[in-house]
Design a protein around this ligand. Structure first.
Ligand code: ATP
Ligand code: MG
Length: 369
């Protein structure tokens, strides 16, 4: 929880492309928070990383950046990194490195429609939080090619551990409560969600009974083993295929959704399509001791340097950082200011069909705060 005397130190890693425009925008919004809402002093540390940095210095995630994050930051905001179109010797993605080095084992993605119309033009109150386990599953990349009597074939290993499943489950249930606490501050008349928090466990244990069976059992045991969770949160299970179907039919039915790495990856991108532009969707890479907010979009070289990138994904990522570090009221104030700015319909960047600049949208959100 927040204490009034403490300062909150945030590392800023704009990295490449529009990261250099949207991260400063997010900082500007954080700085605009009135002090009755944000009781702690904010300080910022500018840090290097990215593909451009790699091209100049031969390293994408400098040791200096890691040290600064570990020694002096409570959390960080990451912009975006350009991915080279061909394999470059010695290069590996700095955000992947950051997740490993800081043990950010869950990727958290809210999918919020707010008052903005969805892609289909309907108004729906979508307010989901997808929690994706981010260290194992098929993405351990243990693939093999073989030669058989019928020609080549290939196999991939999929690892599901009790350890990783338990901490992903723990993250889902604790965040379900945390977000419920934050939402309690919203006036009754403006609430669009169900009365009780709910966690949906995604799996396919009818087919993958050993791996997904372990995932399912472990996440369930986190719930049954904690009386606070089992008294305050509802749970349900959803097979991943029917999850996709239901998510498109009835997205407003979901609250917190927790999934193994690969299902989570697919569900997250699908869900983003429900609420429109990539420029709106934030995420957070979360571990037990650190959080890195990161807009879902990439470096968007096609629009970089033009002051037309939508800063909202980065601004919402900054709010997620605040939420995770114990400043729920400040986070909520930002979410609501963004919703209001979107509702007004006046200040939209080109990706939303408007003509506003990054600067204009940022200023509008700051003013609403
Ligand atoms: P990268 O290699 O860094 O992923 P990319 O070319 O795949 O770059 P993305 O950032 O993934 O680019 O974006 C895909 C498309 O969405 C691009 O046309 C881009 O201009 C657009 N886009 C992405 N983010 C934003 C944003 N914040 N505001 C406006 N348009 C965006
Ligand atoms: Mg991309």
């Amino acid at each position: 929880t927040a204490s009034t005397s403490k300062a909150l130190t945030i590392g800023l890693i704009p990295a490449d492309g529009i990261g250099r425009e949207v991260i400063p925008a997010a900082r500007q919004v954080l700085e605009a928070l009135p002090c009755d809402i944000m009781p702690s002093r904010l300080s910022f540390v500018d840090l290097d990383a990215g593909f451009e940095y790699f091209q100049k210095h031969g390293v994408a995630l400098p040791e200096k950046t890691l040290e600064a994050l570990k020694d002096s930051c409570d959390g960080a905001l990451f912009g975006a990194v350009s991915s080279p179109s061909h394999k470059v010797a010695g290069y590996s993605s700095p955000i992947v490195g950051l997740r490993k080095k800081m043990d950010l084992y869950a990727n958290v993605r809210p999918v919020i429609s707010g008052a903005a119309a969805t892609a289909s033009g309907e108004k729906r109150a979508i307010d989901m939080l997808i929690i994706r386990e981010n260290t194992e599953c098929l993405y351990i990349k243990e693939e093999e090619q073989h030669e058989g009597p019928n020609g080549k074939y290939a196999t991939a290993k999929r690892r599901i551990s009790e350890f990783a499943s338990r901490r992903a489950g723990e993250m889902a249930f604790s965040m379900a409560l945390q977000r419920e606490n934050m939402r309690q501050q919203v006036p009754l008349a403006e609430r669009t969600w169900k009365a009780r928090p709910k966690v949906t466990i995604v799996h396919k244990s009818n087919v993958l009974s050993v791996t997904d069976g372990l995932w399912r059992e472990t996440v369930r045991s986190v719930y049954t083993g904690n009386s606070e969770y089992s008294s305050k949160i509802d749970i349900e299970e959803q097979l991943v295929d029917s999850m996709v179907y239901r998510m498109f039919r009835e997205p407003e039915a979901f609250d917190v959704v927790v999934a193994p790495n690969m299902y989570g990856d697919i569900i997250s991108d699908g869900a983003a399509a429900l609420v429109g532009s990539l420029g709106l969707v934030p995420s957070a890479n979360v571990g037990d001791n650190f959080v890195v907010g990161e807009p879902v979009h990439g470096s968007a070289p096609d629009i970089a340097g033009k002051n037309i990138a939508n800063p909202i994904a980065a601004i919402r990522s900054a709010a997620m950082l605040l939420e995770r570090t114990g400043y729920g009221s400040a986070a909520l104030a930002i979410y609501r200011a963004v919703d209001k700015a979107l509702e007004s319909g006046q200040i939209k960047t080109p990706d939303l069909g408007g003509k506003a600049t990054t600067t204009k949208v940022t200023e509008a959100v700051c003013k609403l705060l």
